[in-house]
Design a protein around this ligand. Structure first.
Ligand SMILES: [Zn+2]
Length: 140
């Protein structure tokens, strides 16, 4: 997953989470975070950035369009579990021409604006707060 893809993926998670909160499918950011295994501070932050006004839907009278968008949002968020488990390899160059096989790190909540997944493992700078420079790829 490139940094760009990680950011886009994270934006999709955010949009999906906000839809489910706005429609009151989940009443609190914390409930939603727990249900989908997302970091609570991240979901709280996403929600706080909005006007926080809900427009609850009547779950027994959803239009087909609402059903579809709610289902899609849930699926997007369920996808996070899978992404968490099967993170891409770090791929940093090691001596001897091999590449690092460790999973890339999941960023700390404050780093999620850069994308939930870093492009490197813990050892190779995945937790750094700033995006890595491209040139660094070839040093390692
Ligand atoms: Zn690594």
């Amino acid at each position: 997953m490139t940094p760009q893809e990680s950011r886009e993926f994270t934006e999709r998670l955010e949009k999906a989470a906000l839809l489910l909160l706005e429609t009151e499918m989940y009443r609190k950011p914390d409930d939603l975070a727990r249900r989908f295994g997302l970091p609570v501070p991240v979901v709280r932050y996403w929600w706080r950035k909005t006007d926080q006004i809900t427009r609850p839907v009547d779950q027994s009278q959803l239009s087909p369009r609402e059903v579809k968008s709610i289902r899609k949002a849930s699926q997007t968020l369920e996808g996070w579990e899978k992404v968490k488990r099967y993170r891409p390899e770090c791929g940093a160059k090691l001596t001897g021409g091999r590449r690092c096989k460790r999973s890339v790190v999941i960023r700390q909540p404050e780093g999620w604006s850069l994308g939930a997944l870093a492009d490197r493992c813990r050892l190779h700078g995945g937790l750094s707060k700033r995006p890595r420079k491209k040139a660094k790829d070839d040093e390692e």
